[in-house]
Design a protein around this ligand. Structure first.
Ligand SMILES: [Zn+2]
Length: 437
């Protein structure tokens, strides 16, 4: 047996499978980084395996954050009380002054560390110098979906639009067959990237079997700009350019009409709901209940810490389960099972990896976390799913396993010196503050 063979026994295993099955006093057996058995603890053989006893804890899949800009963690709290468009102008000024491969690596390490400690095991990230994000992710032990950025104005990486396709192709070549990396193309948005460049990015991602992701229908101003420029709304614009489909991930989708929701559903396009970012930038309320009703695969994201000020997927889960109750007047608008699925299996589906990730089932990769329920806010516990959605928080995550390897143990990251990282990021403060003066 290999060294990674282990059995983890927990008070509850919340599988996040299709039926959202919960196993009381359950266990998960792992061999060579994959789950080989799941069931009641007495039924799982432990001979020869390392056994982790997690009594008083819930075992569940690692969270999948489907929209992030980890490197932007360097700018947390820098620009406040502005809506998206003027906010972006200031953000871009700071990024242009500060970002290079080294600072992008530092920002990625900071953001990805925050994510791992909170139980995120896979993240889709859109940022400059994506290969630095990959280096940080591999060193830390988190899976990452990222790739070439497309942006028509001069980029914060100093590159011009005419070399972006070559950059993106080089990214695909660099990460080929890496099980920790999902490569794709990530144009910024329909208002910052021309139809020609949106389509060339999609031709590349499709030819390489990757995903294609952009910000879409985030604000009313964006819808108005695209309507004025192209004579059609954002989702119709994407549809006309053949940029919807099961390989497409659209972040935000806050302002949609019924025809756009129908286009997303019919094409199998995936949506990332970012409730904290949408609230703080006053972007609006995404029509999540209508998207779910139409059969759209809705996933969850934090967006960057520059807009939401942290990368807390537990907050995203709780907001996804509560906001829409208030906006619709329907207390069952998004159920706890739906909210938890958005943060786990729906993300795996959007990555084309539902056979590998997103639930605790035999045959899948052993990406799972332990959540402490031996705490005042967890008792008495009637339903683990309800607890995870409404009462749990990132401070309850004690252990994180990725591909069967423990990355976080008792709240401590095993793959990096967090103290040194915090000091290095904090030391950037004067330079960053000066950049927007
Ligand atoms: Zn974003």
């Amino acid at each position: 047996m290999s060294r990674s063979d282990l059995v983890v026994r927990a008070s509850h295993v919340v599988t996040c499978d299709d039926a959202m099955t919960v196993i009381e006093d359950g266990a998960v057996a792992v061999r060579d980084g994959r789950i080989v058995a799941v069931g009641p603890a007495p039924a799982i053989a432990v001979a020869g395996a390392e056994v982790v006893e997690a009594k008083g804890r819930i075992l569940m899949p690692g969270l999948i954050n489907m929209h992030c800009h980890a490197g932007d963690s360097l700018f947390r709290g820098l620009v406040e009380n502005l809506p998206l468009e003027p906010w972006l102008q200031t953000v871009w000024k700071a990024e242009r002054a500060i970002l290079d491969p080294a600072t992008c690596r530092l920002g990625a390490e900071l953001g990805l560390t925050e994510l791992l400690l909170s139980g995120v095991t896979t993240v889709m990230d859109m940022f400059w110098f994506p290969q630095e994000t990959v280096r940080a992710a591999k060193a830390l032990g988190i899976r990452v979906a990222t790739g070439g950025i497309f942006f028509d104005p001069p980029g914060m990486d100093g590159h011009l639009a005419d070399r972006r396709l070559a950059d993106a192709a080089a990214f695909f070549n660099a990460v080929e067959d890496d099980p920790f990396v999902f490569p794709g193309c990530l144009p910024h948005g329909t208002y910052t990237v021309s139809p020609k460049h949106l389509q060339s990015a999609a031709r590349l991602s499709r030819s390489r079997g990757g995903f294609w992701c952009t910000h879409a229908a985030e604000t009313l101003a964006e819808q108005a700009t695209v309507l004025e420029r192209y004579g059609r709304r954002v989702i119709a614009h994407l549809a006309d350019l053949d940029l919807l489909g099961p390989d497409v991930v659209l972040a935000h989708c806050v302002h949609l009409d019924a025809a756009e929701i129908a286009l997303l559903a019919a094409s199998g396009t995936h949506v990332v709901h970012n409730p904290m970012s949408n609230l703080k930038l006053a972007s609006g309320f995404a029509p999540v209940p209508a998207l779910l009703k139409a059969g759209v695969n809705v996933t969850l994201g934090t967006d960057g810490a520059i807009s939401g000020n942290d990368l807390d997927m537990w907050l995203a889960i709780r907001l996804a389960a509560t906001l829409h109750k208030a906006t619709t007047g329907d207390a069952a608008a998004v159920t706890t099972s739906e909210a938890l699925a958005m943060a786990t299996r729906n993300g795996a589906r959007a990555l084309g990896a539902i056979d590998r990730l997103g639930s605790i089932e035999a045959g899948k990769e052993a990406d799972f976390i332990l959540v402490d329920i031996d705490r005042p806010h967890a008792v008495p516990l009637f339903d683990p799913v309800t607890h995870l959605v409404y009462s749990a928080g990132r401070g309850d995550v004690t252990d994180v396993f990725v591909a069967g390897q423990r990355v976080v143990e008792a709240g401590r990251l095993l793959t990096a010196d967090v103290g040194a990282l915090v000091a290095a990021a904090g030391a950037q403060r004067p330079r960053i503050a000066a950049a927007i003066v």
